[in-house]
Design a protein. Sequence first.
Length: 117
Amino acid sequence: MEEKKVNSEESPDYPLHLTGENFPEAVKKYPLLVVDFWAPWCGPCRMLAPVIESLAKKLAGTVVFGKVNVDEENSLANDFGILSIPTLVVFKNGQKIDQMVGALPERMLEEKLKGYL
């Protein structure tokens, strides 16, 4: 199997910590960005975290993942109408194209995201 070389600046293989300051740049920079709106006290968010980390490695070079802590970035969560967490918002070429609520199984989430490639 061919090893994929990934430039961590261009396509990180880990979830990015997104804030109100760097969020707009990330949405513009990455062709396919999946943003996890979460909070540390949220059980389903903690269940989804290892799925996001695994997919960030597995899909590096094609999908970039980011995380927004809704407790720290309340205005960003409000901008996107986040009412339940975890919520995943998918951006393609700078435009919001999908939103998923809940802790999805890794295989289901991976298949869904591959449909956006």
